[in-house]
Design a protein around this ligand. Sequence first.
Ligand code: N01
Length: 569
Amino acid sequence: MAAAATHRRTTTPEAAVTGTYHVLIVGAGFAGLYMLHKLRGLGFTARVYDAAGGVGGTWYWNRYPGARCDVRSVDYSFSFDRELQQEWQWEEKYATQPEILRYANHVADRFDLRRDIRLNARVESAHFDERLGRWIVQMSQGDVISAQHVVMAVGTLSAPKLPEIPGIETYRGETYQTQKWPHQPVDFSGKRVAVIGTGSSAIQSIPIIAEQAAHSTVFQRTPNYSMPAGNRPNDPAAVAALKANYPTYRQAARDSFFGVPIEGPIKMAVEVSEAERTAAYQAGWDAGDLVALVGAFGDVLFDKAANDTAAEFIRNKIRAIVTDPAIADALCPCDYPVGTKRPCLDTRYYETFNKPNVRLVDVRKTPIAAIAPAGIRIRQGDADEEIAVDAIVFATGFDAMTGSFTRMDIRGVGGVALNDEWAGGAQTYLGLAVAGFPNLFTVTGPQSPSVLSNMMVSIEQHVEWIADCVAYLRDHGYSTIEARREAQTAWVAHSNELGARTLYPLANSWYMGANVPGKPRVFLPYIGGVGPYRQKCDEVAAKGYEGFTLTRSSHPTDTPTREVSAHAT
Ligand code: N01
């Protein structure tokens, strides 16, 4: 797949190296923080680099109004340290972005991680030097790091995407991106605000923006399935009871399908009575729990007839909340199965469209023709209407799962670029490694459960697997590990086969790469379930890293124990 013309040697001279480590970690989000802690505990030298001005990854950047996690706070948190999970008190059922960011900072301080983290430093290139058997990584602020291993802890939703709308650069009002929100609060009072997009970020922010703004216009291309989060302060007694049982509870999460324990037997929606189905969906709706609703029955993500029952349940809710039937109709998703685009949790999202100063523009019926200096022009039949706005909020998503990799210049054996390797679609072995890129690990990479799971559970599993692997190599005298191409091909085929058995391919989602023009249409995450996936990874390790090639050291300098340059402080 890689074109010969793109093969080139790394040009970074060895002499330019400013620091030498066992492991270089890219990203100071939860994955990077835990990776650093874990590696240190095993006696490795490691350094984290991140382009952001602080730790926290996605929670550093996504500061838009209403930003919350939609996995319960007691689930979306680290389990690796008994004291950490016991002492940290989550305030609400679903934690807010500021609270999660405080937690990330607490983790960084509690485990004394900051001395090995460099911020405001973007990785520009990472080239594998075959002669040295090491990665040479160039940072934007001048550091050049030589590392035996590189761990890409870059997140799955970290490469923001603006829409391809003509005239976007001509707009003279204020613009905001949900994924890069300013650090100071934004006041929309008295303003006419446009929000483009109706994904999770938009659905969380629209009700709050609409509370403030004089007038809000929401530009919707695809309606989403959303349900009320039912957020509330955590009940201290309930949290204490759960924490008393945390080890068992966390283990159940690790063994579960989505990384969140689901209680009770799994039945099939098509096999139970309508009354039982509705009661189950209603229980999920009342609980404000996506997994409880979409996962209420075992067939909702696999069988269109089963899915239709859940979809219609949600559409009926929308019709009951939104008073204008035409607007309700426009807000009802009807051309893709529920769950196949990321469903959302909200706080008074549908109710917002009952306000007189909120307008919904269905861009499938009235497409955005252009962004003009003073507003957004939509096409109404043969004529255009210009909607004047003082501010535009772009809530238009990400180049998901691969964008944060392909924005770096990563080159493996023979100078082959990762961009070329993935030109036909991302391919990994277990979502952890890529053939042709020795000693490079990906945390929650494509073909791992990642975005289809509670990310904290998946991050912990990957970090622990990678740390064990690096320690195994050291302890057994190996210097490199590389995924074998046939193992990778088989894993990708297996992942694709499982994906094809589901309803996911029926939607134009970012799971399929469909939101980025020209991106190959491939189902990127692994839908085999968190528990079975973990088992597979453990088996691979137990068999001496089956599917990988391990090579013994031929390089005298491949066990770095220190930093070599005073420049890298
Ligand atoms: O991005 P998205 P997001 N004209 O890609 C629309 C996680 N997350 O930032 O669907 C008009 O979902 C696009 O339309 P369409 C979560 O995994 C989690 O909201 O492509 N519209 C879509 O409506 C989530 O899935 C949490 O037709 C255009 C929207 O922009 C992921 O992050 C909170 C357009 C993009 O939605 C991404 O969410 C937030 C155009 N040219 C995010 N281009 C929680 O945990 C794009 N759109 C709660």
